[in-house]
Design a protein around this ligand. Structure first.
Ligand code: ADP
Length: 398
């Protein structure tokens, strides 16, 4: 069975087509600038070097998905003869609140539940819902599955997810820690167990998803027991442009001093903070590394703050789980940034965490990067959220 995986953002859409009989990637692509001038689709067929690029107006997500369908059925660049070969569509959906702890086949009840979650994820759930509606219209009869970023974290115990604020804000408004990147944390945790040859039920893992957005999770016996993101993806680690957790009193203080609304300050904490905010240079760790090489002190400080936060959560989660067997690095920075991994892991030797500086000189490859005498394994595992979405979609619809 072939599965189409769709990840809709507000003005972009990523997709993959996978053959689930052998879990192979047949094609992938990206649509950018949906609803703006210069809409473009970039499609890549596996093992074909030349990309198929189509610049054509796309006023909404339905136009975008219609063009995706054209690309995947194209006589040269396509991977199916007709859309009938696509057995199911899997959608990445950011927020399911407390409604779903696993992936689900989409029906009207699921759509209504996700609409109720829009206020929890006003930037993310609406485009996800647009993608679902467009597929229903363009591929009637093809089952659709929703795979949620929040689902894997639903196993957290209340002491991890309840904020110490009046309890009625939780019962009235659902204000609690939800956590995000769950699909990635789940994937790398399962791969870690495979790599170590140990049943996941016997492992204590700390998974570090370090990309533009970044989060750390504590995974005990295969279940998430804590994670660094919170009610929204703004909490926890310092990130590319996000502040991560700060003293909440800072918000009204800045609003007052700079004559801004609370929403405007939140915009700054989301888009102008993190690596970009501290360094004043860039949110991209490659630019930060270049600036450090040129002797830029604020870039160096940004990297130190980032590493400090990651270490802070590693320490906290070791305490929460009463130990750790393996630490996993994944996502853009975790998979590729040799120096950042090095800075994070330095000074952790007394906890039995010893990075091998030679083995660490590697990018984007599943491998062990700890020293042989390290009590805790340190693993590099490229994430594959699309594969998890395709697997869940296949399992629920086959
Ligand atoms: P997201 O999916 O959250 O947008 P990614 O997981 O793709 O983010 O990570 C993107 C980030 O990864 C980039 O902003 C960059 O900082 C970092 N990155 C990617 N490649 C490298 C590299 N070779 N060295 C250092 N950092 C890298």
């Amino acid at each position: 069975m072939k599965v189409l995986v769709i990840n809709c953002g507000s003005s972009s859409l990523k997709y993959q087509v996978l053959d689930m009989t052998n879990e192979t990637l047949l094609a992938k692509g990206l649509v950018e600038r949906i609803g703006m001038a210069g809409s473009v689709l970039k499609h890549e067929k596996t093992n074909v070097e030349e990309k198929f690029i189509q610049e054509t107006p796309m006023k909404d997500h339905k136009d975008a998905i219609a063009n995706v369908m054209n690309a995947i059925t194209d006589s040269i660049y396509g991977v199916v003869k007709s859309m009938d070969e696509i057995g199911a569509v899997g959608h990445r959906v950011v927020h399911a609140g407390e409604k779903y702890a696993t992936s689900v086949v989409i029906d009207n009840k699921v759509i209504a539940a996700l609409e109720e979650c829009v206020e929890l994820a006003p930037l993310h759930n609406p485009p996800n819902l647009l993608g679902i509606a467009a597929c229903q219209e363009l591929m009637p009869g093809t089952p659709e599955v929703a795979v949620f970023d929040t689902a894997f974290h639903q196993t957290m115990p209340p002491e991890s997810y309840i904020y110490a604020i009046p309890y009625e804000y939780y019962t009235k408004y659902g204000i609690r820690r939800y956590g995000f990147h769950g699909t990635s944390h789940k994937y790398v945790a399962e791969r870690a167990a495979d790599m170590l040859g140990v049943n996941i039920a016997d492992l204590k893992l700390i998974t570090c998803h370090l990309g533009n957005g970044a989060s750390v999770s504590a995974i005990k016996r295969g279940k998430c027991i804590d994670t660094s993101m919170g009610f929204t993806p703004l909490a926890g680690l310092a990130m590319g442009t996000r502040a991560g957790s700060i003293d909440p009193a800072i918000i009204s203080f800045i609003a007052d001093k700079e004559d801004l609304t609370a929403d405007e300050v939140l915009g700054i904490l989301n888009k102008k903070s993190g690596m970009l905010g501290i360094s004043g240079i860039s949110s991209d760790f490659r630019d930060i590394a270049d600036a450090i090489a040129d002797g830029n002190v604020r870039a160096e400080l940004a990297l130190k703050v980032f590493a400090h936060r990651v270490r802070y959560y590693i320490g906290a989660y070791i305490a929460e789980m009463n130990g750790v067997d393996a630490i996993v690095f994944t996502a853009g920075v975790g998979e590729n940034d040799v120096d950042t991994r090095d800075v994070i892991c330095s000074e952790l030797g007394n906890l039995g965490i010893k990075l091998d500086l030679v083995k660490n000189k590697v990018r984007g490859k599943e491998t062990v990067i700890s020293r042989d005498d390290s009590k805790v394994a340190i693993l590099l595992i490229p994430t594959n959220e699309e594969l998890v979405i395709a697997r869940d979609t296949y399992e629920l619809t086959k």
